[in-house]
Design a protein around this ligand. Structure first.
Ligand code: UDP
Length: 238
């Protein structure tokens, strides 16, 4: 079931259900696309029909963030749960390890994907990372070729939104071995340990956004989209 928030159709799933869908994609016959929009992207998508339509074409649209969950609740169409992209990714690692799925990591600054790969292999023993590449390439064709060369079955595409979504939709049909692609923003930095997540109590209290703001005050501009998004969602502001 889908829940509409300002035109974006979120899948109303728990983490377990998201993981079941993710695993089912691995048995599919083409590259399924998972997107993880937060309130900031939701706000942009509300002003940009093409972006919104692209995100809605994904096979799984996960509500990444407290802002989306709050907006859905205030609209009286609550979502079951927040399913943060990085948490979905971490949980999928065990699924990949169990099945021997070949995972490719794309994105972030040079060196980060390799560091993330090491950490991921510690988290999910037996995990097969079949290749890595940084996200600062000029041409996309060699990146697509490298993913194919590695015979990747799953790809974490971490280029920031909406660049990562464009990459996934532009190339899904050129990746014959891939069954699952997920757009995960800054997640590789998170796995590599370059960006610390908020303490658990802050995550539980839905205050992760505040922690990130304190760490990176320059995010204030983009973060202002969060209250604007929620206000727009409840119709108090057009
Ligand atoms: N990034 C990249 N290539 C680019 C631009 C950004 O690989 O051309 C990476 C960047 O290094 C960071 C991630 O994409 O790891 C974007 O993270 P951010 O937190 O800004 O995005 P969000 O998760 O909010 O979409």
């Amino acid at each position: 079931m889908k829940i509409d928030v300002l035109g974006l159709q979120f899948d109303n799933v728990t983490m377990d259900e998201a993981l079941q869908r993710g695993e089912a994609f691995l048995d599919g016959d083409r590259a399924a696309i998972v997107v993880t929009p937060n309130a900031e992207i939701g706000y942009d998508a509300a002003q940009d029909e093409a972006l919104c339509a692209m995100l809605n074409r994904a096979d799984l649209v996960l509500p990444d963030g407290a802002g989306v969950v709050l907006a859905a609740k205030l609209r009286k169409t609550p979502l079951k749960s927040k399913v943060a992209g990085i948490d979905f990714a971490r949980n999928m690692l065990s699924v990949f390890a169990r099945r021997g799925t070949r995972l490719y990591l794309l994105g972030s600054k040079p060196g980060v994907a390799e560091q993330a790969a090491e950490k991921m292999k510690e988290m999910a023993p037996g995990l097969v990372i079949c290749g890595t590449a940084d996200g600062y390439f000029k041409e996309e064709a060699p990146v697509v070729a490298a993913i194919n060369e590695a015979k990747a079955e799953a790809v974490f595409v971490c280029l920031g939104a909406p660049k990562q979504e464009r990459f996934m939709f532009d190339h899904r049909d050129e990746l014959p071995t891939v069954r699952l692609m997920a757009g995960l923003g800054g997640s590789l930095d998170g796995f590599a340990g370059n960006v610390k997540r908020a303490p658990d109590w802050m995550i539980k209290c839905q205050l992760e956004w505040f922690y990130r703001l304190c760490k990176e005050p320059k995010r204030i501009g983009r973060m202002m989209r969060l209250p604007k998004y929620v206000a727009k969602a409840v119709g108090t502001k057009k």
